[in-house]
Design a protein. Sequence first.
Length: 106
Amino acid sequence: MEFLEVKMISVDYKAIGEKLLRVDVDFRRNKIRDVKISGDFFLYPEDAIVKIERKLKGKRVDDGFKTVKETIQKIINEENVQMIGLSVDSIVNALKECYEIYTKQG
């Protein structure tokens, strides 16, 4: 039986004029295996962050994170989410930083 080591990569990210964002993500090859998004920001409705995390699982990232950004934006639009102290670009940029760390680890 083979056991896969799960290694979450964490990045703290803060864009100018926004609140602190923390992204914990586990990649498997070119896909997001698991992700947790937290920080000092606010999203309304509050369960929007859980929906974003759930929808990001399994998404490919080898397209320059285009699919990831579209997925997040779709949820924001469909759920009429209000983001306070956070932007879609910040989430994407934090995920990109995590992926850069992941690819350097080889």
